[in-house]
Design a binder for this molecule. Structure first.
Ligand SMILES: Cc1cc2nc3c(=O)[nH]c(=O)nc-3n(C[C@H](O)[C@H](O)[C@H](O)COP(=O)(O)O)c2cc1C
Length: 183
């Protein structure tokens, strides 16, 4: 199975670290899982203009294709203005309505205010569900205080455990979907 992680920030390192940790937890649980981290800082994804994908640059095409080709996906976003990042919403605008059918779509977010811990539940889950992604019951909010100031590594044991649970649930759900499709 291939698990792709998307880090949807163009700014700091926290989101990519959080997504990286989900991918690392997944390979720890099952070493046969292939992972890839798509850090959107490394791609020039264009603004979605509602045109067919062939009208966009190679980076846009590649990012969308990598996500469509994955068995399952974890989306990471910082909270921006009490919502998801604009780059994540823009990326999601490229996908057709059934893009995530039979795919588990996990969520991990970073933020500076714990008051916004339900933002992914209210702003991201509906979009992923609209695209037919199966969103796990575990989602992870990582407050900025839980990152090491120097290295941006996650230094809180409870968060590390939640990340492990998220990876575990995603693998369980994705395996179940694949088995059901085989029947
Ligand atoms: C433009 C902007 C808006 C933000 N708005 C919020 C917000 O509404 N709520 C919150 O909890 N954090 C907010 N933050 C803080 C970021 O979510 C937080 O610092 C995050 O960990 C940054 O992730 P990154 O290092 O991966 O870029 C905002 C940051 C920026 C730059």
């Amino acid at each position: 199975m291939k698990l792709v992680g998307v880090s949807a920030t163009l700014a700091g390192n926290k989101t990519s670290q959080a997504v990286h940790d989900v991918l690392a937890a997944a390979t720890l649980i099952d070493s046969s899982i292939h992972t890839e981290l798509i850090d959107l800082r490394e791609y020039e994804v264009e603004f979605c203009r509602g045109e067919p994908l062939t009208y966009y640059n190679d980076d846009t095409w590649n990012v969308v294709k990598k996500i469509l080709d994955a068995d399952f996906v974890v989306f990471g976003t910082p909270i921006y203005q009490a919502s998801i990042s604009g780059v994540l919403k823009n990326l999601l605008d490229f996908f057709p309505e059934y893009a995530f059918k039979n795919k588990v779509t996990g969520i991990i977010v970073t933020g500076a205010s714990e008051k916004h811990f339900l933002v992914p539940e209210n702003h991201l889950k509906p979009v992923l569900s609209y695209l037919r992604g199966l969103v796990p019951s575990t989602n992870v909010f990582v407050h900025n205080d839980f990152f090491d100031v120097e290295s941006d590594e996650i230094i809180n044991d409870k968060i590390a455990k939640r990340i492990h649970h998220l990876a575990e649930e995603m693998i369980f759900l994705q395996r179940s979907i694949i088995e059901r499709m085989r029947d």
